[in-house]
Design a binder for this molecule. Sequence first.
Ligand code: HEM
Length: 448
Amino acid sequence: MKNMGRTGAWTLGAAGMLGLAAAGYAVARRRTTVSTLPQDTAADSTVNLLAEGYTFISSRCRRFTSDVFETRLLFAHAICTMGEEAARMFYVPERFTRRGAIPFTAVKLLQDHGSVQMLEGDAHRHRKDRFLSLTSPERSRELVALFESLWRAAVPAWSRADRILLQHEVRQLLCRAVCAWAGVPLDERDVAQRTREFTAMIDNAGAIGPRNWLAIGQRARTERWIRGVIEAVRRGTLEVPEACAASAWASYRGPDGALLDANTAAVELINVLRPTIAVASYITFAALALHRFPDTRRMIDTGSDEELHAFVQEVRRFYPFFPAVGGLVRQPFEWNGHRFAEGEWVLLDIHGTNHDARTWDIPDAFRPDRFRGREANAFAPVAQGGGDVRNGHRCPGEGITLDLMKAGVRLLTRTMQYAVPPQNLHVDLSIMPALPSRFTIAHVRPIA
Ligand code: HEM
């Protein structure tokens, strides 16, 4: 696993775990119970994790014919799990905390200290409600409308270029769209720089050394900028619509009635902006799927919104994004014959759960029709976490993610024609974040 990127929670990445060890977390995590779980035999499996990436947990579960096994990652005891039943175990509200399960360097670039992800109980629910009001279907429609109009306006420039890097372009469009939607003023001259800053957070959360430090330095600029927005809204020198995210975080009061300090309010506003820009990766994967599986493209060209929904759900299930989520046990419990003690470090394999043959027929085939007419299931797929969104740490941005992905697919297929020149489209599961190396499109032509 050569790098990792995340938008939401701490997710398993070897480099991140190097950071974890360096921060001294690892030594604190010892096995606290006598266990009968299958054991990974290596004294420490970090090197295997580095080599195997997204398949590290699932390949061992297959070998042990078990949904759970114990291992050591960077000298820390860890329990790895996968599958729909494991997701049900992992997403029991209040059972785990993300606090202390996440390397400092990754927390700093992603959700950050003081964010909703670090809270539990009433404080968490109260803050989460604010996120959920910001990501409601109505608010999502407004964001999508902005994104669509920016995309349409960009097509003529794309058609004049020889070729474009799709993810790069879509990230910039999303950066413009989400800032406008959130009430964050963004000068056109700053779009490229701000997009680079958000991208650096996503791509370098798991890196160690200079790349990570550079991204943290870049993030400090973003924080200054967004803190300035919060302060200006509070002073009344920046007028923004009441319903927008800038106003929502500037005015948010916790259960104790106190305003958030400006830093924390900025952190939560960034936690709306950054992951929305990360949806560009899923739109790129959707474009890759349209290219690799032309039959599904025909289905979309002729199909309904239901078919489009099934397509983007399959993109989220099929393609890798976050490999795993981690937590420390808060409330001891038993599962699969094992007693999980307080403080134990547990990892749930997201990619493996989304490719588990017990839940998904022919899991390694890209088949959007598996989502046609399928009942909603809170534990499969788990691309953005599982369980109850309000009472747990499941991502509050799933509706926005799906809506933006659908818009991206509609725009790719209905507003423009393009060619996919010969290039390496292999998705290497040992590289984090996994993407086709550089998905380029050429000969873009607007459809009148
Ligand atoms: C590329 C799309 C996205 C992916 C793959 C993704 C994935 C995730 C994952 C895996 C988690 C952690 C779940 C856990 O800890 O159990 C999470 C949490 C979170 N995500 Fe997302 N997310 C995405 C988009 C968004 C968007 C668009 C927003 C906001 C507009 C958002 C805001 C958050 C927040 C605030 C949390 C923390 C929730 C909590 O701790 O209660 N994410 N996300």
